[in-house]
Design a protein around this ligand. Structure first.
Ligand code: G16
Ligand code: MG
Length: 214
């Protein structure tokens, strides 16, 4: 029996990766670091500070912690200028339809995201009221593949982790779900997400029948 579904945000419900990319790219240009869309793949699902570390590593730069804080803040302000303009049209295909279907079947819904901006994004997309619990980057100490974010989601919903299904686009997120003893649906390529119980290209491919067969 499935009690709850826990959704990652970036790459599952919305494509914020492109705004992250624009903001990191602007910072990289200022620092004289060559940063490509392929490099951006490495930042998906990773925390802000860890993302900056990866960027600096690409550029071969070492900076003191205070300077890094300053740069991370600058990137975030730039990133927020983009997400503050988001609209519900940017919800990925099929996401809202599937969420509605879950609600109609009395399945609880939580968010499990690494982003500290998750609340702003859900508000902009007008999705906040659909969630029974929201666990984001402001509420966790350990990053994926640690299962903390998903276990806190299950706990907030009072659901047994074994009866929860996580939807994730990042390999580290799939691992986090499995470590938490949950089922996992990978969103993306079966090649990179092979550990997931099921892989689909997007939530438009999901429905309650597929969910109950997991
Ligand atoms: C998202 C993105 C990551 C980003 C992280 C932290 O994770 O995929 O690229 O670095 O959030 O974002 P912020 O700087 O807003 O705190 P998720 O877990 O939603 O895929
Ligand atoms: Mg993601």
């Amino acid at each position: 029996m499935i009690e709850a579904c826990i959704f990652d945000l970036d790459g599952v419900i919305v494509d914020t990766a492109r705004y992250h990319y624009i903001a990191w790219k602007e910072l990289a240009d200022e620092l004289g670091i060559e940063f490509t869309e392929k490099d951006n793949e490495r930042l998906k699902g990773v925390s802000r500070m860890r993302s900056l570390d990866i960027l600096l590593e690409i550029g071969g730069l070492t900076l003191p912690p205070q300077k890094k804080e300053e740069l991370a803040q600058k990137k975030n302000e730039n990133y927020r200028s983009y997400i503050l303009k988001m609209t519900p049209e940017e919800i990925l295909p099929g996401a809202l339809k599937f969420i509605r279907e879950l609600k109609n079947n009395d399945i609880l819904i939580a968010l499990g995201s690494a982003s500290k901006n998750a609340m702003t994004i859900l508000d902009r997309l007008e999705l906040t009221p659909w969630f029974d619990a929201i666990i984001d980057g402001t509420k966790v100490t350990a990053a994926k593949p640690d299962p903390e974010v998903f276990l806190k989601g299950a706990e907030a919903l009072n659901a047994n982790p074994a009866n929860c299904v996580v939807f994730e686009d990042a390999e580290a997120g799939v691992e986090a779900a499995l470590r938490g003893g949950m089922k996992c649906v990978g969103i993306g390529s079966p090649k990179t997400l092979s550990k997931a119980h099921l892989v689909v290209s997007g939530l438009h491919e999901m429905n309650i029948t597929k969910l109950s067969q997991l």
